[in-house]
Design a protein around this ligand. Structure first.
Ligand code: ZN
Length: 262
């Protein structure tokens, strides 16, 4: 496991967030899994924050090609204990509409080609994900999001598909039957890798569209347009949430490896 440094909070995603970081500087961190995109370190309300653009600075890595292990390892090496992720998602649950914000509480993982773990042997670890998102971070995000946006859902099950194509209508019907409220392409293995390194992880999901079969046609342009509309709101939520995150962790995430090793 990498040794910790100074920054305790990371934001993954968060395009356009660089502008609110005080004293922002770029750093490069090497990992056993290769290099993550450049990281930006700065301060928000006196708290040191690392910013990581998971798709790369020019959005060049599609969801299935993101080097999730390098990203999460690098954050851990910088001392990050808590990760606030932002994810663009499609709505499956008809009560959730484009423009809504959801703080999800559970995940169904349908990814296929990604490196899912740091523990490839000989050390065997079965990490507990009874609560895949940090409860402490979730409660801060829900409270702040409600004060900033009229339509916030305080829970939701997010399905993660392999991409980069969108889902078929039949897949969306299947996901609905299985209990998914949202669908995206980046929450797995990101959330699980964070847990494997005992970091807290929670996500602000912004709904860019209804999923396939619920609306007529789905374009990447439409998803990007809604994402840019919601960018201000997501940024405002992050800026206000960061100083409200307790300095000490009172959640089980920091003890995730206890009893997980065989
Ligand atoms: Zn936690």
């Amino acid at each position: 496991m990498p040794r910790g440094g100074e920054a305790k909070i990371a934001i993954i995603g968060g395009t356009g967030f660089e502008e609110v970081l005080e004293g922002a500087r770029e750093i490069r961190v090497g990992t056993p899994y290769g290099f993550p995109p450049k990281l930006i370190v700065g301060e928000v309300s006196g708290r040191e924050v690392v910013l990581l653009a998971r798709h790369g600075p020019g959005h060049e890595f599609p969801p299935h090609k993101v080097n999730y292990r390098a990203n999460i390892w690098a954050l851990k090496a910088l001392g990050v204990e808590r990760i606030l992720a932002t994810n663009a998602v499609g709505a499956i649950n008809l009560d959730i509409k484009p423009g809504d914000i959801v703080i999800p509480h559970d995940i169904i993982d349908f990814t296929r080609s990604r490196d899912q773990t740091f523990y490839e042997g000989p050390e065997v670890v079965h990490i507990d994900v009874t609560e895949p998102f940090c409860p402490e971070l979730r409660s801060v995000l829900v409270e702040v999001a409600r004060s900033k946006h009229p339509r916030v859902h305080d829970k939701g099950v997010i399905a993660c598909t392999e991409g980069p194509r969108f889902e078929t209508p039949a897949e969306i019907r299947a996901l609905r039957v299985l209990g998914a409220d949202l669908v995206g392409m980046t929450i797995s293995p990101e959330a699980f890798l964070a847990r494997e390194l005992e970091m807290c992880y929670a996500s602000i999901c912004f709904v860019s569209n209804m999923a396939a079969g619920v609306q007529d046609r789905l374009t990447a342009t439409e998803v990007l347009e809604m994402a840019s509309k919601l960018r201000e709101v997501v940024r405002a939520i992050l800026v206000e949430a960061i100083p409200r995150i307790p300095e000490e962790r009172n959640c089980p995430c920091s003890r995730a490896l206890e009893g997980a090793r065989i």
